[in-house]
Design a protein around this ligand. Structure first.
Ligand code: NAD
Length: 328
C-alpha cells in the first residue's frame, strides 16, 4: 500500500516514516499544500492525506478519482478550505482529526494569560529602555484569586477548565452544550455573567455565524478593566478594531491571541514586517498584548497524533473499512 501526504512539516516527516514502517505502507511526502495544481503528485498511490489552509477545488478530487483514490485524510480539525460537496461528487471520503491534543492548545492559552497577568511584556519593554524600576501599575494577582470565564468548553475549553481548576482559580463556563464531565472543574453560567465577572476570558468556540464577533465593542465594554482576553480559537470571534479601541481606552487590561481574523497571507509564512496588516502591527506594538502565529497546537504529541490518526483513517478506508472521522 502507498499513501501520499501533502503539506508535510519537517517535524512530521519522522512520524510519517515511522508510521509507514510500522504499518508496512510506503509513505510519500511533499511540503507543498494540496491544491488542484499538484494533485497529480498522488499518481500511483492508493490514498492521500493533507494539512494546510490552501483552498482545495474540485480539480483535485477529480484527479484523485482518476487515480482510483477514494479518500483524503486531513491531518487537522479544520476542513473549511475543502469543498465537501465536490469531494463527495468524486467519491472521495474526507476524514479529519477532531482532537489531537486539546492540552496543547489549552496550555498555550494559560501560558499567555499568565504572561499578561504578571505584566511580563510591560517589564520587557521597560527594561529594553533601561527602566528597571517598578511601580503600582504592575502589581499583579495570583491565579487562584482569579475568576476565569470560558466561552466554549468542548475538547479544548474542557482541558482549559481542568488546568485553571487545578491552579485554584474559580472557573465559569458559557456553552449551550452542557457536559456533565466538566462539573468538577467549572460552573456553567450565561455569557453576561462571564463578561461581567471574569478576570480572564478564554475563547474556545468554533467559528460559526453565532460566534462571529462574539466579542464586539458592546461585549468589551461589559468586561472588567483588569480583564485579560485570550483567543486560541479563531480570529473572527473578536471584532479586531473594537479590541484595539478597548485596549487603547484601557477598558480591558490585555489580550493574548493565537489567531487573527486576517492571519491568512502572513501567519506561517515569512513576510517583511512592513507588509503585515496594520491592525496586527498596532496590536503587536502593545506591551499588554501577546500574539503567536497560530501555533497553540504545535507540540510533539499533537503533531504525532494528528499524523497517526489521519493515516490510520486512510488505511482503514483504503482497505474497505469505514472511519468514524468522516466529514462528508
Ligand atoms: P469542540 O467542538 O470540541 O468544542 C467547541 C465547543 O464550543 C462546543 O462545546 C460547543 O458547544 C461550543 N459552542 C458552540 N457555539 C457556541 C456559542 N455560541 N457559545 C459558546 N459555546 C459554543 O472544539 P475544540 O476542539 O475544543 O476546538 C475549539 C476551536 O479551537 C476550534 O473550532 C478551532 O477553531 C480552534 N482551534 C485552534 C487551534 C490553534 O492551534 N490555535 C487548534 C485547534 C483548534
Amino acid at each position: 500500500m502507498k499513501i501520499f501526504c501533502y503539506g508535510v512539516l519537517s517535524v512530521e516527516e519522522p512520524y510519517a516514516q515511522a508510521w509507514g514502517k510500522a504499518n508496512h505502507v510506503e509513505v510519500g511526502t511533499t511540503s507543498s499544500e494540496l491544491s488542484a495544481d499538484n494533485a497529480e503528485l498522488a499518481k500511483g498511490y492508493n490514498g492521500v492525506s493533507s494539512k494546510g489552509i490552501t483552498p482545495v477545488t474540485e480539480g483535485a478530487y477529480a484527479t484523485f478519482e482518476k487515480f482510483g483514490i477514494k479518500q483524503l485524510a486531513i491531518r487537522q480539525v479544520g476542513v473549511d478550505n475543502q469543498d465537501l460537496v465536490a469531494a463527495s461528487k468524486h467519491g472521495i471520503t474526507l476524514t479529519n482529526v477532531a482532537s489531537y491534543s486539546p492540552r496543547a492548545i489549552a496550555e498555550m492559552g494559560v501560558t499567555q494569560a499568565m504572561y499578561l497577568l504578571r505584566h511580563i511584556g510591560v517589564y520587557q519593554e521597560r527594561m529594553a529602555a533601561g527602566n528597571f524600576a517598578w511601580d503600582g501599575s504592575t502589581i499583579s494577582t495570583e491565579i487562584f484569586n482569579c475568576t476565569v470565564g470560558l466561552i466554549g468548553a468542548g475538547h479544548i475549553g474542557g482541558a482549559t477548565a481542568q488546568i485553571y481548576s487545578a491552579l485554584g482559580a474559580k472557573v465559569l463556563t458559557y456553552d449551550p452544550f452542557y457536559d456533565a464531565a466538566l462539573e468538577p472543574y467549572t460552573t456553567y453560567t450565561d455569557l453576561e455573567t462571564i463578561l461581567k465577572e471574569a478576570d480572564i476570558i478564554s475563547l474556545h468556540t468554533p467559528l460559526l455565524p453565532s460566534t462571529k464577533n462574539i466579542i464586539d465593542a458592546a461585549a468589551l465594554k461589559k468586561m472588567k478593566a483588569n480583564a485579560i482576553l485570550i483567543n486560541m480559537a479563531r480570529g473572527e470571534l473578536i471584532d479586531t478594531q473594537a479590541l484595539i479601541d478597548a485596549l487603547k481606552a484601557k477598558e480591558i487590561a490585555g489580550a493574548g491571541l493565537d489567531t487573527l481574523a486576517n492571519e491568512v497571507g502572513f501567519f506561517r509564512l515569512k513576510k517583511p514586517y512592513a507588509e503585515t496588516p496594520k491592525d496586527f502591527q498596532e496590536l503587536n506594538a502593545m506591551s499588554n498584548v501577546v500574539i503567536t502565529p497560530h501555533v497553540a497546537f504545535f507540540t510533539k504529541l499533537a503533531v504525532k497524533n494528528g499524523l497517526e490518526i489521519a493515516l490510520n483513517d486512510a488505511k482503514t478506508i483504503i482497505t474497505g473499512g469505514r472511519s468514524r472521522h468522516a466529514v462528508n
